[in-house]
Ligand binder design. Structure first.
Ligand SMILES: *Cc1c(COP(=O)(O)O)cnc(C)c1O
Length: 351
């Protein structure tokens, strides 16, 4: 047996991220773009010259930064990219948090945050979201009371789909010297976002991804926007060559030539979200009103319901025993035929 003293103590508590990935005909489990790859980007990738992969990609993908800067109306030095926004979040935590520093994060929220915190030797401290007034907002006093070096917020929040209130987020940002990370993986599907805080406050960054609305999850492209000095620190921590050549070219193409397609699908996702919401309510569920491309549905025995649904060809994400919510299923929004099939199978399983 391997000598246990070899291992870092804090790594013992880290487990692999391993959601049930049993294949199903319709997969509504991970909030990726169920309409597919943007068409011009798909054509570009098919035709990419294979010889290009014998060389390294661009060090910090300046072309992607420029395309993102135009898309967001900010300057390129306010953007850092990464191998998915997961990489950007990890690099940010590493750049600003020393071992033993605390990171405050909401519960329930994105499960990777406590994992990245421990991987970097930080202490994750969860703050439960409000149960009412309004539900799933965050209490600034509790967050500020943690004394964290880094505050992670997520809006719209995964897995609830709910936005944080501007009042709460501003109260946190205005009353701390900590770095405030606002994860906006689903901003494209929401009525409001906090990009203005990232461009006007020196301690706020917004983190986004091309994995959800842009349909490029498999290529792994994420980014953060913020004050150039903060961004430069994250870039050091991230290191060179993190965005590969296919991802680089696809990101630029999607941001320049496929925006109409992307925006069209965002509109369709919002229409289908409202429609799925009302169908679920007709079935007697109390789905949580969502600003993202998924809906969280409180339900008993979520794990067993998912298992039976998967066996019938529709995968959703079971989230047993969530803080504030209890057992729930998270259902990604896709083309209406997929939603119809999901509703049909859900009815079959819950009777
Ligand atoms: C999907 C998701 C991410 C990760 O996105 P990648 O860019 O694919 O790494 C980050 N944050 C939240 C809240 C997500 O739901």
């Amino acid at each position: 047996m391997t000598n246990q003293t070899l291992f870092r103590d804090t790594y013992r508590e880290i487990s692999l991220y391993s959601p049930n990935r049993t294949p199903a005909a319709i997969d509504l489990s991970d909030n990726t773009n169920r309409w597919g790859v943007p068409p011009k980007t798909a054509a570009l990738i098919r035709n990419l010259a294979l010889e290009s992969i014998t060389r390294y990609p661009n060090l910090y993908v300046s072309g992607v930064k420029e395309a993102l800067a135009r898309y967001l109306s900010v300057s390129p030095d306010m953007i850092v990219t990464g191998c998915g926004s997961d990489d950007v979040l990890d690099s940010t935590i590493r750049a600003f948090g020393a071992p033993e520093d605390k990171i405050a994060y909401p519960s329930p929220s994105f499960p990777m945050i406590p994992i990245f915190a421990k991987m970097n030797g930080l202490i994750p401290v969860s703050v439960e979201l409000n149960s009412a007034n309004p539900p799933f907002d965050i209490d600034p006093k509790t967050v500020l009371g943690v004394g964290a070096k880094i505050v992670y917020l997520c809006s719209p929040n995964n897995p609830t789909g709910t936005p944080l209130s501007r009042a709460a987020v501003e109260q946190i940002a205005n009353n701390t010297d900590s770095l405030v990370i606002i994860d906006e993986a689903y901003a494209e599907f929401a009525d409001e976002n906090f990009l203005d805080l990232a461009t006007t406050r020196s301690n706020v960054i917004v983190v986004r991804t091309m994995s959800k609305a842009f349909g490029l999850a498999g290529l792994r492209i994420g980014y953060a926007v913020g004050n150039p000095e903060i961004i430069a620190e994250i870039e050091k921590s991230r290191g060179p060559y993190k965005v590969n050549i296919f991802a680089e070219k696809a990101a630029i193409c999607a941001l320049t030539e496929d925006l109409d397609w992307v925006n069209e699908k965002i509109v369709e996702a919002k229409v289908n979200r409202a429609r799925l919401m009302s169908e679920l309510m007709d079935m007697g569920f109390k789905p949580i009103p969502s600003q993202a491309n998924f809906i969280l549905v409180p339900i008993n025995n979520a794990t067993e319901v998912d298992r039976q649904m998967r066996a019938l060809g529709v995968a959703v994400r079971p989230l047993p025993d969530l803080a504030v919510v209890g057992d729930a299923l998270r259902i990604s929004i896709g083309p209406w035929e997929m939603m119809e099939e999901c509703l049909k199978i859900l009815k079959k399983v819950v009777g």
